[in-house]
Design a binder for this molecule. Structure first.
Ligand code: GDP
Ligand code: ZN
Length: 455
C-alpha cells in the first residue's frame, strides 16, 4: 500500500457519445465526502441509491444511481463512488465538473487500472488484458483477453517463477557445500528440473505468441500492375465493397487500407497504387508510401495475370523486393486459362517463397490463400487455451528461455553451479516483469498511458 495515491481522481468511464447510461467514476480518499455532498446523504456501501445528483451549489445535475465501494473492496482498492446517470455528453460533463469542484482531479489515461495494479488488485498482465479486452476486434481476441484477465497467463508465469526460485535455492545450497557440490549438481535432479522448466517455457511462449497474433495480426501489402485484380482480391477477402473495382487502369490512386480477419487473426491489408515509375506528383507520393508499407509488412503479395507472361514491370518489382520480407507471387484470373487453383512453395530470389494460382473474381483458391497466410504467420488452427499477450511479454519469455538454456549449458559443459544460479536469478527477474513484480516506473508509465481515460 506504500504507493497509495493521495489524490482523488475522476473521469467519465463510459464511451464518448450518447448512450442510455453514462458513468462518472471517482476513486480516492475524498470519494465519500464527494458522494455525501452530491447525494445529500451518506451512501451505504455496495447499495444502489436512486436519486438526484446535486452540484456544490445545490442545483440538480441529473438523476440516477449512485454506488459506493469503500476500500479495499473496489476495483482500484481505494474508496470508489460511481454515478450512473444519463449517457449524454453535457450531463456527464456536469457531474464530472461537480466532483472536481468537490476536490477530485481529472484522471489520466489508465489511472484507475494503475491504482488497481499499485494496490495489488490486478497484476500487470491482467491490467493489460483489460485494455486488450476492450480493444478486441474478434471473438477469439476477446476470449483470450478474458483468460488473461482472469489470471491464466499470470498463473503460468508465477508457476515458472516459483520453479526457478526453488531450483536456484537448491543450486545455491549445493554451492555452499563445496565438497559435495559436484555430487549435488550431477545427481540428475537439477538437469531434470531445468529440462522441465524449459519445456514449460516453450509451451507458454507458443501460447503467448498466438495471443500476440490475435492482438496484433499480420500486415500484408498487395502489389501489382493496374487491373491485375488487387482490389478484387481485397473485396473477396473482406467480403465488402471497400476498394473500387473498375476496368480503368490505375483507379486506386492511393493506398487503400482494409482490416479483415481470417479465423480471428487480424489482417491489415494495404492495396497500393503500384510501384511503376511515375512522373505525376500525386502518384509519386503514393509510390513512396507503398515502399514505406513494404518495409513494415509481414508479407508481400505480388499479383500478376495468369493469362499473361510476367510483365517486365512486375519482374522489376519482384527484383526490387527487400530479401528479408517474404513474397508470394499470385497468378490471378485462372478462370481465363481454365487452370485449377494451386499453391507451390519455392525458394526464389528476393524473398520469393510461394506461387499461388487463383481467381479473385470467382473466389477460386481463396481458402488456399487464407491457409497460406495463417501457416506462414504461425497462426495455429485452433485457438483453444490461448491467452492474450503482448510483444513485451514475448520478449520477457524469450529472455528467460535464453537464460535457462544458457544455464543448462553451464551445468552440462562446465558444472558451473554459480553461473547456473545467476542465470536462474535473471530468468526469474525477466519473467517477473510480465506480471509487474519487477518493473520500472518508466515501463509502468508507458503501459498505463496507452489506456483510455476512465479505464
Ligand atoms: P486492380 O487494378 O489490380 O485493383 O484490379 P481490379 O480488382 O480493379 O480488377 C480489374 C479488372 O479485372 C476488373 O474488371 C475485375 O473484375 C477483373 N478481375 C479481377 N479478378 C479477376 C479474375 O479472377 N478473373 C477475371 N476474369 N477477371 C478478374
Ligand atoms: Zn485496385
Amino acid at each position: 500500500m506504500e504507493f497509495r495515491n493521495q489524490d482523488t481522481i475522476a473521469a467519465i468511464a463510459t464511451a464518448p457519445g450518447r448512450g442510455g447510461v453514462g458513468i462518472v467514476r471517482v476513486s480516492g480518499p475524498k470519494s465519500l465526502s464527494i458522494a455525501e455532498a452530491m447525494l445529500r446523504k451518506t451512501p451505504r456501501p455496495r447499495y444502489a441509491h436512486y436519486g438526484n445528483f446535486y452540484s456544490a451549489s445545490g442545483e440538480v445535475l441529473d438523476q440516477g444511481i449512485a454506488l459506493y465501494f469503500p476500500n479495499p473492496h473496489s476495483f482500484t482498492g481505494e474508496d470508489v463512488i460511481e454515478f450512473q446517470g444519463h449517457g449524454g455528453p453535457i450531463v456527464l460533463q456536469w457531474v464530472l465538473e461537480a466532483t472536481v469542484k468537490l476536490g477530485a482531479r481529472l484522471a489520466k489515461p489508465g489511472e484507475f487500472s494503475q491504482q488497481a495494479f499499485l494496490n495489488d488488485k490486478l497484476d500487470l498482465a491482467q491490467a493489460e488484458a483489460i485494455a486488450d479486452l476492450i480493444d478486441a476486434s474478434s471473438q477469439q481476441a476477446a476470449k483470450s483477453a478474458l483468460k488473461s484477465l482472469q489470471g491464466e497467463f499470470s498463473a503460468q508465469v508465477n508457476d515458472l517463477v516459483e520453479q526457478l526460485i526453488a531450483l536456484r535455492i537448491y543450486v545455491e545450497a549445493a554451492i555452499d557445500f563445496p565438497e559435495e557440490e559436484i555430487d549435488f549438481l550431477s545427481d540428475g535432479k537439477v538437469a531434470g528440473q531445468l529440462q522441465h522448466i524449459l519445456e514449460q517455457l516453450h509451451r507458454v511462449f507458443a501460447s503467448a505468441q498466438q495471443g500476440v497474433l490475435l492482438r496484433e495480426g499480420m500486415s500484408v501489402v498487395i502489389l501489382g500492375r493496374p487491373n491485375a485484380g488487387k482490389s478484387s482480391l481485397l473485396n473477396a477477402l473482406s467480403g465488402k465493397e471497400s476498394a473500387i473495382v473498375t476496368d480503368i487502369a490505375g483507379t486506386t490512386r492511393d493506398i487503400v487500407k482494409e482490416e479483415i480477419q481470417i479465423d480471428g487473426m487480424p489482417l491489415h491489408i494495404l492495396d497500393t497504387a503500384g510501384l511503376r515509375d511515375a512522373t505525376d506528383a500525386v502518384e509519386q507520393i503514393g509510390i513512396a508510401r507503398a515502399w514505406a508499407a513494404i518495409e513494415n509488412a509481414d508479407r508481400i503479395l505480388v499479383m500478376v495475370q495468369a493469362d499473361e507472361n510476367i510483365h517486365p514491370e512486375d519482374q522489376a518489382i519482384l527484383d526490387k523486393m527487400p530479401a528479408h520480407i517474404p513474397v508470394t507471387l499470385i497468378h490471378n484470373k485462372i478462370d481465363l486459362i481454365q487452370k485449377q487453383p494451386g499453391l507451390v512453395k519455392i525458394d526464389g530470389k528476393n524473398g520469393l517463397q510461394a506461387e499461388l494460382w487463383m481467381s479473385a473474381k470467382h473466389r477460386l483458391g481463396l481458402d488456399l490463400l487464407k491457409d497460406h497466410l495463417k501457416t506462414e504467420m504461425g497462426f495455429a488452427q485452433t485457438q483453444e487455451g490461448v491467452f492474450m499477450a503482448r510483444k513485451r511479454h514475448l520478449e520477457a519469455l524469450e529472455q528467460a528461455l535464453a537464460l535457462v538454456e544458457n544455464g543448462q549449458q553451464q551445468l552440462e559443459v562446465y558444472a558451473a553451479g554459480e553461473l547456473l544460479a545467476e542465470d536462474l536469478r535473471q530468468a526469474q527477474q525477466a519473467l517477473s516483469e510480465i506480471t509487474g513484480q519487477f518493473t520500472s516506473d518508466d515501463l509502468l508509465g508507458r503501459i498505463f498511458t496507452s489506456f483510455c481515460i476512465g479505464k
